[in-house]
Design a protein around this ligand. Structure first.
Ligand SMILES: Cc1cc2nc3c(=O)[nH]c(=O)nc-3n(C[C@H](O)[C@H](O)[C@H](O)COP(=O)(O)OP(=O)(O)OC[C@H]3O[C@@H](n4cnc5c(N)ncnc54)[C@H](O)[C@@H]3O)c2cc1C
Length: 247
């Protein structure tokens, strides 16, 4: 297989490296100092990230993760992801290619209704809000979705959701406005067909965040930085049933 970069990928990678050298790497100590000053339990948004986002947009380095939006093939985008990996805590968010938003945006593109796209996908593509993906649960081996215990029961125009989630990256950040939550809608079905995912807005009645845990070491440790999310390890749970509107 030929892994040589296309002319388009060569160009975007050169511009991405310029952006990293001129803006992202110099912003790292600013970001770290801002975080260190506020401590682990602060989940506000360092202003330097907004400056980086504006600069990335100006340079056409925005939303490159998706071929329809960013114009790159998967192979071409892989070279860009390799570059943003040199500053995993801030470069992906600066270029709006950070997890879990990318996967969540793709899910919304594929399965969202027009209303979902207007309300959640568009602001995510603009970098105005962030999103969470809530699958993992504290009491079960969550790498196997068949074990998921959260229940999702339809009740008229609403879904009633009961369950506890943890490791929902970014949940403690107030900008995280929408969660894709995995649960079981058909517990009697074939084991691999019991699960569904629903959109749960942050302000859904019954939704409750019970705090955050450290990923490993302190926020500025290499291990934490490598996870790409300053607030990873957030636990979000619905202890009383959460009600999300069906659509
Ligand atoms: C930095 C970070 C960010 C994360 N962000 C998110 C997030 O945003 N949203 C989210 O939902 N989760 C998130 N997670 C959680 C992550 O997805 C889970 O930890 C992962 O899916 C494994 O699930 P688990 O922890 O329940 O481990 P388990 O499923 O208990 O697995 C533990 C070990 O047992 C093995 N194992 C499990 N079942 C079997 C089996 N049947 N046979 C053989 N081996 C088995 C696994 O391979 C693994 O080695 C994050 C985790 C990290 C570290």
């Amino acid at each position: 297989m030929d892994f040589a970069l296309s002319a388009k990928a060569e160009d975007v990678c050169a511009r991405a490296w310029d952006f990293m050298r001129e803006h992202v790497f110099p912003a790292e100590p600013v970001y770290d100092a801002w975080r260190a000053e506020r401590g682990h339990d602060n989940h506000e948004h360092p202003p330097v990230l907004e400056e980086l986002k504006a600069e990335a947009r100006t340079r056409g380095l925005w939303n490159l993760f998706h071929h329809e939006v960013g114009g790159l093939s998967n192979l071409e985008y892989a070279s860009v992801a390799e570059i943003t990996g040199w500053s995993p805590t801030i470069a992906p968010e600066a270029m709006n290619v950070g997890a879990p938003d990318t996967g969540n945006m793709e899910t919304l593109m594929l399965f969202g209704t027009e209303e979902h796209k207007q309300r959640w996908l568009q602001p995510l593509l603009e970098g105005e809000i962030r999103s969470g993906f809530a699958m993992t649960e504290p009491d079960v081996a969550s790498s196997d979705a068949r074990n998921i215990q959260t229940s999702i029961v339809r009740d008229g125009d609403e879904y009633v959701i009961n369950g506890r989630k943890w490791w929902t990256s970014g949940a403690a950040d107030e900008r995280c406005q929408i969660f894709i939550v995995m649960g079981k809608t058909d517990p009697e079905g074939a084991p691999h067909r019991q699960q569904s995912m629903v959109l749960v807005p942050r302000d859904t009645p019954g939704w409750r965040s019970s705090g955050t845990s450290r990923c490993s070491g302190t926020r500025t440790s290499t291990a934490t930085r490598s996870c790409g999310s300053p607030t990873c390890g957030s636990r979000c749970r619905t202890s009383s049933p959460a009600r999300a509107t069906a659509s």
